[in-house]
Design a protein around this ligand. Sequence first.
Ligand SMILES: CC/C=C\C=C\CC(=O)SCCNC(=O)CCNC(=O)[C@H](O)C(C)(C)COP(=O)(O)OP(=O)(O)OC[C@H]1O[C@@H](n2cnc3c(N)ncnc32)[C@H](O)[C@@H]1OP(=O)(O)O
Length: 286
Amino acid sequence: MASSAASSSKYKFETLSVSTPKDYVYHVQLNRPQQFNAMNSAFWREMVECFQAISEDSDCRVVVISANGKHFTSGLDLSDMGPLMETVLGDDDIARKFRTLQQFIKRYQLSFTSIEQCHKPVIAAIHGGCIGGGVDLVTAADIRFCTQDTFFQIKEVEIGLAADVGTLQRLPKVIGSDSLVRELAYTARKMFADEAAQAGLVSRVLPDKDSLLKAALETASSIAGKSPVAIQGSKHNLNYARDHSIEEGLSYMATWNAAMLQSEDLRIAAMAAMDRKGPPPVFSKL
Ligand SMILES: CC/C=C\C=C\CC(=O)SCCNC(=O)CCNC(=O)[C@H](O)C(C)(C)COP(=O)(O)OP(=O)(O)OC[C@H]1O[C@@H](n2cnc3c(N)ncnc32)[C@H](O)[C@@H]1OP(=O)(O)O
């Protein structure tokens, strides 16, 4: 099944490239290397199309997202702010401008919420600069690895705005230190790989990009070999637990598994676990 490029035309994009390097593993690459993967209008639209399609694609069980070029991303494309500025500077009444801008921001938020809402776990493999919108993007992923040369920068205050597409909502849940989140958001200082690992933003630091991709793809492959019912149920319930009390999370989990324990995957995985010398279990597509 593994091939170099995801075959369907639903994965042909201007700003992203999608391939299938291993069975059930999709690799999405930010692909505007000349522009340091700056996030232009096409990017914001294509991220939603890509991750909503992957979410429902039973040939995919895990996604690795990485980037081509010198930096993971330089964030918002500062040379593509025409539509935004037209509204801001236009003659419309304030209430009309408000409604237009609110819809605009919500559309951009969905670009990264579609990673969080994707049924499949997403591993972000980050190198170089991960700036502005890059932090919004990677905090929506399930797992983050980076290279030793990575830096993270919540740069929004330097262009006069409060980060508005996920960082301020997700980063506090990811790293736990409210003080560090505020320091990074208010100062826009760079946080380098070792500090990011210490803070829990990334779970692994690799020496270079080759070893980064190797580690990310191996991890993806390990996840892809497991029951998709168990993996997708784990992602869904971890997200639910993050946003609810423990009691609510346990109650939701009980209802979820009252259905999912009836899946054939439980029987197949349990038999394979008992027969440790047998072949690895094979699960149907989900
Ligand atoms: C509704 C709103 C939704 C989302 C909002 C997101 C907010 C953000 O993302 S805030 C962050 C915005 N991005 C930046 O401020 C990036 C600033 N750039 C840099 O920090 C550096 O350029 C660098 C990316 C670290 C690269 O450094 P270096 O390798 O030294 O190259 P440079 O000489 O600095 O840059 C070369 C060339 O690229 C242009 N450029 C860099 N980033 C962007 C960008 N994001 N958009 C447009 N253009 C960018 C830079 O201006 C240079 O252009 P020249 O014409 O060669 O001067």
